[in-house]
Design a protein around this ligand. Structure first.
Ligand SMILES: [Zn+2]
Length: 61
């Protein structure tokens, strides 16, 4: 599983996450409850940076 480095949208801290092979990150949002996006093959994953900010990553397979 490839490891992708993302930045927390609130503090810029680098956060590493594993994405499924071939996944493309579409957006990183600080929204606590992003709108569901189960269309178009988009997936949502909740992450938390080391400063305890929750954010969400939308990626596409
Ligand atoms: Zn943060």
């Amino acid at each position: 599983m490839p490891i992708t480095e993302l930045q927390c949208p609130r503090c810029g801290t680098e956060v590493k996450m594993g994405l499924p092979m071939g996944a493309t990150v579409k957006s990183v949002t600080a929204a606590e409850e992003p709108e569901p996006s189960d269309d178009d093959g988009k997936k949502l994953r909740a992450l938390r940076c080391r400063n305890d900010h929750e954010f969400a990553v939308v990626f596409e397979l």
